[in-house]
Design a binder for this molecule. Structure first.
Ligand SMILES: C[S@@+](CC[C@H](N)C(=O)[O-])C[C@H]1O[C@@H](n2cnc3c(N)ncnc32)[C@H](O)[C@@H]1O
Length: 247
């Protein structure tokens, strides 16, 4: 696992900002020349991660070519069908596993109100940074919160329960998995894999008004309950569970 304990900045003017983040996340502030790996870097344009073993820097960029390609070809996005999004129907979505925010962005871009939960404070920092840059460019209904999904589901569910709960757990890299995108590899190296699938899905089913959608690679879900609907993409599969709260 890659543990990130340092934060750095690329220009003296950014020191104060880096210091504030260091204080709130318990990171050690260092000069950018001191360490090149496993460090959060505060730059004028974005906050990024430099990780051992990867040449590129990682940051959340909703306006990147790859995401824009997904946005411009919405019919290829089985995530929209899985979440019941169609013309005139844009449900509210609680995404329990924010990560790089890409799935959440596809849903928000289609007009849904999306709240992304992310329990890892550093991943959340990058996510929030990406969201604030996105919102400087356009108006969109997406927000994030640094919280464990189980805490959120047990504390905050009430009258404003979401229509859909979306869950994309981190899994071990399977043999048949596509040579994984570096972004997901890095995330896995930082946050590890999820072993609480059953518990989270059970909690989500009690909370969502309409459905719970679980994303997985094309492997079988290790769950005692069976999905009512499964939608397959190229390297992805969405299992859909309709909830008793359906109205
Ligand atoms: C597979 S990634 C999600 C990727 C995301 N769907 C995207 O499009 O970028 C899983 C992320 O969810 C976070 N996570 C996993 N379990 C969580 C939980 N129980 N509560 C909150 N966040 C969680 C992990 O830290 C990781 O960043």
């Amino acid at each position: 696992m890659n543990e990130i304990t340092y934060i750095s900045f690329t220009s003296p003017i950014l020191k104060k900002r880096a210091q504030l983040i260091a204080g709130s996340l318990g990171l050690e502030l260092i000069d950018s020349k001191e360490l090149q790996e496993n460090v959060v870097v505060v730059d004028h344009e974005y906050i990024s991660l430099k990780i051992a073993g990867f040449k590129k820097e990682f940051y959340v960029d909703f306006l990147s070519g790859e995401i824009q390609h997904r946005v411009q070809h919405p019919t290829k996005e089985s995530i929209l069908s899985a979440c019941g999004v169609k013309k005139g129907k844009t449900p509210s979505i609680l995404d329990l596993t924010g990560g790089w925010g890409r799935d959440g962005y596809i849903l928000a871009n289609a007009g849904c109100k999306v709240l992304l939960l992310e329990r890892d404070p550093i991943v959340h920092l990058l996510l929030e940074d990406g969201i604030s840059r996105l919102k400087q460019q356009r108006s969109i209904n997406i927000a994030s919160m640094n919280i464990e999904a189980k805490d959120y589901l047990s504390r905050f569910m009430g009258d404003d329960a979401p229509d859909i709960i979306y869950y994309d757990p981190m899994r071990a890299q399977g043999k048949k998995a596509p040579k994984n995108k570096k972004e997901m590899e890095v995330l896995r190296s930082m946050v590890g894999v999820n072993n609480d699938l059953e518990q989270i899905v059970a909690m989500a089913l009690k909370s969502a008004k309409e459905r719970v959608v679980v994303k997985s690679a094309n492997s079988k879900l290790d769950l005692s309950i069976k999905p009512e609907l499964t939608l397959k993409g190229v390297n992805t599969k969405f299992d859909v569970f309709f909830t008793v709260n359906k109205n």
